[in-house]
Design a protein around this ligand. Structure first.
Ligand code: UDP
Length: 141
């Protein structure tokens, strides 16, 4: 399997719970490397841009409100099959449906405040990494 990079965001709910370290530990224990990381307070315009694909969905306004409610911890995770591996570690979008032992099962409160974001494909990973880490220039890799 190829070495990939993916974007992970620890969302404001999990940052507020002081769970950054515990969540990052799970990535590292699964063999993913932290290739870049930063704590960032998104502006409304940035959150709207990041989630633009969901702009027509009924939950969009609440999602943007939630994502700017406090700082987020964005990381680039790197490793074999990193995109799928991260999605597996995260668990289902709705924590009630997430498998036992996944990040969302253990840290998420609801489908809205669900602890983490992870890119869902190589194309979105490239765009999302460039959004938070423009100087990494991942398009050239
Ligand atoms: N979301 C929400 N309500 C819903 C569905 C999604 O608030 O009914 C939010 C939730 O924070 C989710 C994000 O929108 O993580 C993006 O949704 P997606 O379906 O892409 O889920 P993900 O890829 O994050 O599992």
């Amino acid at each position: 399997m190829a070495i990939e990079r993916t974007l992970s965001i620890i969302k404001p709910d999990a940052v507020a719970k002081n769970a950054i370290g515990q969540i990052v530990s799970r990535f590292e224990a699964a063999g993913l490397k932290i290739a870049a990381a930063r704590l960032v307070q998104l502006s409304r315009a940035e959150a709207e841009q990041f989630y633009a694909v969901h702009s027509a969905r009924p939950f969009f306004k609440d999602l943007v409100e939630f994502m700017i409610s406090g700082p987020v911890f964005a990381q680039v995770l790197e490793g074999e099959g990193a995109i799928l591996k991260n999605r597996d570690l995260m668990g289902a979008t709705d924590p009630k449906k997430a498998d036992k032992g996944t990040i969302r099962a253990d840290f998420a409160d609801s489908i809205d405040a669900n602890a983490v974001h992870g890119s869902d494909a190589a194309e979105t990973a490239a765009v999302e990494i460039a959004f938070f880490f423009p100087s990494l220039n991942v398009y050239a890799r």
